[in-house]
Design a protein around this ligand. Sequence first.
Ligand SMILES: CSC[C@H]1O[C@H](OP(=O)(O)O)[C@H](O)[C@@H]1O
Length: 338
Amino acid sequence: MPHLQSRSLRVYADSLEYLDQTRLPQTETWVRCSSPDEWQTAVKSLAIRGAPLIGLSAAFVLAQYAAQHPGRENEWQRVSDRLRATRPTAVNLMYCLDAMEACFSQGPAALSERATALFEEDRELCLRMAKYGADLLAEGERVLTHCNTGALATAGVGTAIGALAVAKKRGLTLHVYVNETRPLLQGGRLTAWEMADLDIPYQLIADSMAASLMAAGKVDKVMVGADRICANGDFANKVGTYMLAVVANYHQVPFYVVAPYTTVDPACATGDDIPIEQRDAAEIRGATGAFGDIVWAPENAPVWNPSFDVTPASLVTGWVLDTGVFDKAAIARGEHCR
Ligand SMILES: CSC[C@H]1O[C@H](OP(=O)(O)O)[C@H](O)[C@@H]1O
């Protein structure tokens, strides 16, 4: 029996099991992860994904490595550095590894306790931000979301989708437009699956359809997640978020970002300072791996494939954190930074 479990992670004393998110929604496949190498492979392929989950799973991998290599702090640091470099944009990974490194001098048991505390804290953070997010929603509203920000990506109910889940539990009837989220289709594969699981009415759309949906007055709010929120409120999220924010601003549709404080990076002054992960060209030229093996673009088609983009604070209506909902004035005063 795992001693901790979320929708996509099971934690054992000396290893993890993760729900392989590249195989959803067709198959629910749990895979054992017993080493930093196996974790890196899973995270690079997005079998393990989602800013909070990436950080939390890394914390356990490091704690388990330390327990298997007691007293070898230099090696622990080298492993932590390797984990940190795996996906550079989501600051939750850096937050969790910083927290673990701060415990190195206290030994492996302290690392394991800290990883557990981070995991249990995220569960609580999700519930808090979900309640604040649900408070912003009204009966019958139509909400558009991007990528996947549900229980699959966190230790709890999720971030933006967590707000939808809490609103549903309160009895609100919502309609959700789910951006499929090219190129890896986290929306079409994972959010659609979670909406069905939550019994929330939704329609799946291509990313390119969001603008005309808003032009037709069919969207009341946009709610997205984040991978890193800066000191000035700019934030990085799955590529395509910036386009949504521009269109929402043009059509005066309220635009909210939902994230825990572990996604806020006070050391990152503005969006210009966020490292944006560039990914493999094959993801744009076709579908590979568990998605199938089809290529639709010319074999060596030149590609630009940033995994995230940056939305300026000027386009955001509100930042929904576990500590409350912040408007532009509160963000300008730095109230979102602990
Ligand atoms: C609550 S997860 C936040 C964030 O993580 C996702 O990125 P990825 O699927 O590449 O791990 C996406 O940007 C979500 O909005």
